[in-house]
Design a protein around this ligand. Structure first.
Ligand code: ADP
Ligand code: ZN
Length: 217
């Protein structure tokens, strides 16, 4: 049983936030809010938001704070967030964290825990550049660490797997650099508020999932 249910998953790209968030949210009936997934869906639809975000997402840059914060604020008012939610990939900057606080105050909610997924840079690069993503449901696989049962096909929904263009070596490096500059400052930020729990993200998901549950008790 977990008691902490309004969650932020923090960590570098490739740390496994998305994979564990998906498992946790399915089992615990929480809303999985991945800003990357939402942005990719908007880009695929060709919406106004998608048009604004496209350039940043394909080059591995950060979409402007106000745009993502607005997107998350509106997502948090949906009924499926009532039992709890895992924010995956948001906030990514200190200003986003401040905008999140404002949005939560308006709907009288608060964050119960920030889980920091910790892993070394070399592992992150090797995970990112071997990552395969489902076109349909967004599930992640990995050519080396967790290949799908059938090549090119999603185990979860049967959708087609592809390599995200921003998972190329050069773009992945750029995303890690941006992470170190813009997102890593959130670690001391949440630690000083007493909200941070650290998870060793170098483990495989069958080891890291029970460790995650233990942190959320
Ligand atoms: P990963 O966690 O593997 O880097 P995501 O799917 O979370 O990938 O994000 C993909 C891209 O979407 C990012 O590189 C960025 O361009 C954009 N993005 C996602 N979340 C945010 C955010 N909170 N702020 C700004 N840009 C974001
Ligand atoms: Zn799928």
């Amino acid at each position: 049983m977990i008691t902490k249910k309004n969650l932020i998953f923090l960590g570098a790209p490739g740390a496994g936030k998305g994979t564990l968030a998906q498992i946790l949210c399915e089992k615990e009936k929480l809303a999985h809010i991945s800003t990357g997934d939402i942005l990719r869906a908007e880009i695929a639809k060709g919406s106004e938001l998608g048009k604004k975000a496209k350039h940043y997402v394909t080059t591995g840059g950060l979409v402007p704070d106000e745009i993502v914060a607005e997107m998350v604020a509106s997502r948090l008012t949906q009924p499926d967030c009532k039992p709890g939610f895992a924010l995956d990939g948001f906030p990514r900057t200190i200003p986003q964290a401040e905008l999140l606080d404002k949005a939560l105050a308006k709907i009288a909610k608060k964050i119960d825990a920030v889980v920091y997924f910790h892993a070394g840079e070399e592992l992150l690069i090797s995970r990112l550049t071997a990552r395969l993503t489902c076109k349909k449901c967004g599930s992640n696989f990995n050519r080396i660490y967790s290949p799908p049962a059938k090549e090119g096909v999603c185990d979860r929904c049967g959708g087609e797997l592809y390599q995200r263009p921003d998972d190329s070596l050069e773009t992945a490096k750029n995303r890690l650099k941006l992470y170190n500059e813009q997102t890593a400052p959130l670690i001391p930020y949440y630690r000083s508020k007493g909200m941070l729990s650290q998870l060793d993200a170098s483990m495989s998901k069958d080891k890291s999932y029970p460790a995650l549950l233990a942190l959320l008790k």
